[in-house]
Write a protein that binds this ligand. Structure first.
Ligand code: ATP
Ligand code: MG
Length: 423
């Protein structure tokens, strides 16, 4: 036998036991999003590389070093999506959805980035996110933030903190950029190689550095707030005011710039101190320039993306995941004719919404009961010769071992009421 093939590093299987929590999260999120008037959109996992280069920006970590890019058999340059915002904008433009009623959408699915795998950082990971188009007012920034806040509340999460900042308008950023470059140039000696490179290409990203010396330098770097034009300042003040009115606590982090190029005005991140180094579970903000960059008419936009693996880990730590639902019933049948009766009963029982595992294979009675126990079902229905003759079924409670006999006519009502009580 040759060695079994393993999954790719940084790409994880989600096993049935893991998925209970995932499905719970997805379900709660979809309900919350619907309550805010957002509709689901699904887009391909692969897009033209150019889409990401144009939207995310050439000089970002993602496009520079993290994308899975390849040539397909036609010679087209394609990439696995590293995030979904670009693809959603592409789809909205392609289908002419930006200027009619559907302006609020959500998505969920796998994203791909070739990063160094570690806890909370994977090469295939999952995001759940929303995007909203056509609304320039600060109310929208606050709407998307309040959606996340509502979601944490519904999930019962407590250990998360909101950080916000503004990147202002592109115009106000020009002057700020100059001030930053001047400041960092005067302190070149403390910059690491990455930051030196960014000093030329994308100096704002230095604020995002994880290098110790640079972090120190960033503490006293020029603050964008002092460079905002009055409209940008008002926008940010309104966001803060509305958050306060809604009772959503936050801190302003002047170094919060987010990794992607296309943001403007509000940016935010939800962080936790329970996950170690990978502490951001959600990031988002406003990106008014993106639609135009991708060939559409200027259209303001805002959104966020939640890192599902990190959020799931946090839910586990805070013991907010639900237990796996047990299968209701396991049917044990000891002869060919019992099997026929069992199969047809199973169909009827499933019709009323109760889950049933039918025993497969003609093993003996004892071994079937063992399988019933191991299946985790609540009840075993036993059909043998006696039961066939009396047109009844023996119901065994697998936890207590108690059993009783029920006529087939009464079976559905009896097991329904038993399962209801057990809930
Ligand atoms: P980080 O600074 O942790 O690299 P990011 O700024 O690159 O995050 P975004 O592109 O804003 O992340 O994605 C939004 C969220 O997706 C993050 O807050 C995080 O929870 C999650 N995320 C991003 N990259 C990964 C990854 N490689 N593995 C798992 N989750 C990730
Ligand atoms: Mg990253």
């Amino acid at each position: 036998m040759s060695n079994p093939i393993q999954a790719i590093r940084g790409m994880n299987d989600q096993l049935p036991d893991d998925l209970t929590c995932w499905q719970y999260l997805e379900q709660v999120a979809s309900v919350v999003f619907k309550q805010f008037g957002y509709y689901e959109i699904r887009i391909p996992v692969v897009e033209k590389t150019e889409l990401f280069a144009r939207s995310i920006g050439q000089v970002t970590d993602i496009v520079e070093k993290e994308m899975y890019t390849f040539q397909d058999r036609n010679g087209d340059q394609l990439s696995l999506r590293p995030e979904a915002t670009a693809g959603v904008v592409r789809a909205m433009l392609q289908h002419g959805l930006l200027h009619n009623a559907i302006q609020r959408v959500w998505y969920a699915g796998p994203m791909f980035r070739h990063e160094r795998p570690q806890k909370g950082r994977y090469r295939q990971f999952h995001q759940i996110g929303v995007e909203a188009y056509g609304m320039a007012e600060a109310d929208l920034d606050v709407e998307v933030i309040s959606m996340t806040s509502q979601l944490w509340r519904k999930l019962g999460l407590t250990g998360v903190k909101l950080e916000i900042n503004t990147l202002g308008s592109p115009e106000s950023r020009v002057e700020y950029r100059d001030a930053l470059v001047k400041y960092f140039q005067a302190n070149r000696d403390s910059l690491d190689a990455d930051s030196l490179r960014r000093l030329e290409s994308n100096p704002l990203r230095i604020l995002d550095s994880k290098d110790k010396a640079v972090i120190e330098l960033n503490r006293v770097a020029p603050d964008i707030f002092d460079y905002l034009d009055s409209a940008s300042r008002e926008h940010f003040e309104r966001v803060r005011l509305l958050l306060e009115r809604l009772g959503i606590g936050y801190i302003r982090n002047p170094n919060l710039v987010r990794g992607l190029d296309y943001y403007s005005h509000t940016v935010f991140e939800w962080k936790t101190d329970k996950l170690g180094a990978q502490n951001a579970i959600c990031g988002g903000g406003r990106y008014d320039g993106l639609v135009e960059k991708l060939g559409g008419r200027p259209t303001p936009a805002a959104g966020f993306a939640i890192g599902v693996e990190r959020l799931i880990e946090l839910l586990r730590i805070e013991q907010r995941c639900q237990n796996r639902e047990r299968t209701d019933i396991y049917i044990v049948q000891t002869s060919e004719s019992a099997l026929e009766m069992g199969l047809s009963l199973a169909m009827k029982i499933r019709d009323v919404g109760i889950s049933v595992i039918s025993n497969i294979g003609s093993t003996g009675f004892k071994s079937q009961l063992k399988k019933a126990d191991r299946s985790g079902a609540q009840l075993a229905l036993i059909i043998g010769e006696n039961e066939l003759q009396t047109n009844s079924v023996t119901v065994k409670q697998l936890d207590s071992g108690k059993q009783f006999s029920v006529s087939t006519e009464k079976l559905l009502t009896e097991i329904s009421s038993f399962l209801e009580q057990a809930e």
